[in-house]
Design a protein around this ligand. Structure first.
Ligand code: ARG
Length: 261
């Protein structure tokens, strides 16, 4: 995680960002700290990436890389405003001894890649349409030696895979079908017949931008209806208030880069 010490909405590169809406930086930091405490309280070890001035979106640490089996596939951001974040993440991984593979294709890390260790022997889901290029899906498959299923995002409000789909446990997901092309919806229905389906309101409340340990599901507190669906499916919703960070177009998952040794 990376503290939102320099968080701001100085530019607009997604449908959620409005530079005319003021951001309460102190509140953003407080809310982010609340998320960190919740994760630590659930038993997670949280490593911190130092925030850099001039990189207001760095708090969305999920976009900096995608890590599976101890290998790190680096990010290459679509927008120039975020490009320098990639090197910060790379420095972190290299300093801590991870195997880092530099990307040639544009991709925004865990924003557009998700991993299910127990589905089909280890499956990667990948989004394209707004940020990550299809070429990066093929590149990731070669880097990891795991099948990568490409899913096309079609609604600009859900510009990253992690705004429309989340891994709930080692083999199951939740998603909002309307964020995907009809063909990609069929692929998801075929692969995940038991998925927890979210609706547009759940997705707009950033409910799908969650972090789950297989039981406890940490999610944006605005997504209360979605939390009920998760509870009915046997999960334990853990709501956190990240209203300030939503102004940048992100929530829980965006703030967390998962390290998979
Ligand atoms: N303002 C950031 C951007 O548009 C938000 C990134 C959100 N991160 C995520 N994993 N969806 O790039």
């Amino acid at each position: 995680m990376c503290p939102p010490e320099h968080f701001a909405v100085d530019y607009a590169i997604n449908a959620w960002m409005d530079t005319s809406v003021p951001v309460d930086a102190a509140l953003a930091l407080k809310q982010w700290e609340g998320l960190r405490e919740v994760l630590v309280g659930l038993g997670h070890e949280v490593r911190l990436l130092p925030a850099r001035p001039g990189l207001p979106d760095m708090v969305y640490a999920a976009n900096g890389a995608f890590v599976v089996d101890g290998t790190v596939y680096g990010a290459r951001f679509k927008h120039a405003q975020r490009a320098a974040e990639a090197a910060e993440h790379r420095a972190f991984y290299e300093a801590h001894g991870w195997r880092y593979v530099a990307p040639t294709a544009t991709n925004e890390g865990e924003g557009d890649f998700a991993y299910l260790p127990d589905a089909y022997g280890g499956l990667i889901l990948a989004g394209h349409g707004f940020r990550t290029e299809l070429a990066a899906h093929a590149e990731a498959q070669e880097v990891f030696g795991r099948p990568v299923v490409s899913l096309r995002l079609v609604d600009s409000r859900f510009y990253h895979l992690d705004t429309a789909l989340a891994v709930l446990d080692d083999r199951n997901i939740t998603y909002f079908p309307g964020a995907f092309s009809p063909a990609s919806q069929r692929v998801l229905a075929q692969l995940f017949p038991d998925a927890v389906l979210a609706d547009e309101a759940d997705a707009l409340a950033f409910g799908l931008n969650l972090v789950s340990d297989g039981r406890n599901v940490v999610l944006n507190s605005e997504a209360s209806g979605f939390a009920e669906k998760l509870a009915a499916a046997g999960y334990v919703p853990v709501p956190v208030d990240l209203s300030e960070l939503k102004k940048g177009g992100g929530s829980v998952k965006c703030c967390v880069a998962e390290l998979r040794p």
